[in-house]
Design a binder for this molecule. Structure first.
Ligand code: FES
Length: 295
């Protein structure tokens, strides 16, 4: 008992000591930061005058301003934006709409990823070697080129996922075809679907109904009500799908019986492969009398 009490007190003192040392270290670091900030504001406000914006940077010890630096910054940002924005937009559109997974598109993505992760100092050195060292002087044009090289992959990176369509959906397993041979009523199944929308990858489970259509063939229905998208339950007692939201009803084949839904339940693309029923999950436009795939 005495031992554990001693250990407890020792830990408390070690904790206090460490806390005190941490606070002292922080205060030491903060004091320099505050000193820099005070000097910055005191000297900065002192130097604020029209000359700061209208005169060139002087040699050390002389009076002058920062006109060239201010103008240079605006100039480089404007030129870099003019160069990088159209190239980034065109690259984003090409990758999203045309290139898809082709060789040129893969190469473009590869180069873009390298540019995106390259440190700015490497880009600066590249432009120095290619431009500055050849013309033997620094210039705003060279700065703009370096800035544009940094901005192009960023524009493309931001734009491409916005434009990119949902990836083509894969086929999802519903179950063994033998399981559905003797269906007498719709059977609910959960299918797993994976989608890639821009930079977002999602895996979800969606309920679907396996039915026998009028010709006695297996078909798969979406469980989403075509009125306002509620999930349709099959009600055994009534032998109908009855929408809990606005009481739309459908028969066992998904045909509209009554209520506000504007069309029958939607069938999903289906195939049988190696004895397994597979579907491509789709989303359809609601409130429309015609079946229209939206994703
Ligand atoms: S959402 Fe189904 S009837 Fe309205």
């Amino acid at each position: 008992m005495a031992d554990s009490s001693l250990l407890y007190r020792r830990r408390i003192w070690v904790n206090r000591w460490n806390l005190a040392m941490s606070l002292l270290t922080m205060a030491f670091g903060m004091s320099f930061l505050i000193w820099i900030l005070i000097t910055l504001f005191a000297r900065g406000f002192e130097a604020l005058s029209p000359a700061l914006f209208t005169q060139m940077t002087p040699p050390p010890g002389s009076d002058g301003g920062l006109a060239n630096a201010i103008f240079g910054s605006f100039f480089m940002v404007a030129v870099a934006t003019l160069i990088s924005t159209p190239i980034g937009i065109l690259a984003g559109i090409y990758l999203a709409e045309f290139g898809k997974n082709g060789t040129v598109a893969s190469l473009t993505r590869f180069i873009n990823d390298i540019l995106l992760s390259a440190p700015s100092i490497v880009i600066g050195l590249f432009i120095y070697t290619v431009v500055v060292a050849r013309v033997h002087h620094f210039s705003g044009w060279a700065g703009s080129m370096a800035l544009a090289l940094l901005a192009i992959p960023v524009v493309k990176f931001v734009l491409h996922p916005v434009l990119a369509q949902t990836t083509e959906k894969s086929w999802s397993d519903v179950g063994s075809v033998d399981e559905f041979q003797s269906l007498t009523a719709p059977v609910k199944k959960l299918v797993q679907i994976e989608q890639l929308d821009g930079w977002r990858r999602t895996v979800q489970q969606k309920p679907v109904y396996v039915i026998k259509d009028a010709a006695g063939q297996i078909a798969v229905l979406s469980s989403v009500c075509p009125h306002l998208g509620c999930t349709l339950p099959w009600v055994d007692d009534k032998n109908e799908f009855i929408c809990p939201c606005h009481k739309g009803t459908f028969d066992a084949s998904g045909k509209l019986v009554s209520g506000p839904p504007p069309r029958n339940m939607d069938t999903l693309p289906m195939k049988v492969e190696d004895g397994t029923v597979k579907i491509q999950y789709q989303f359809f436009r609601q409130l429309s009398p015609h079946k229209e795939v939206v994703a």
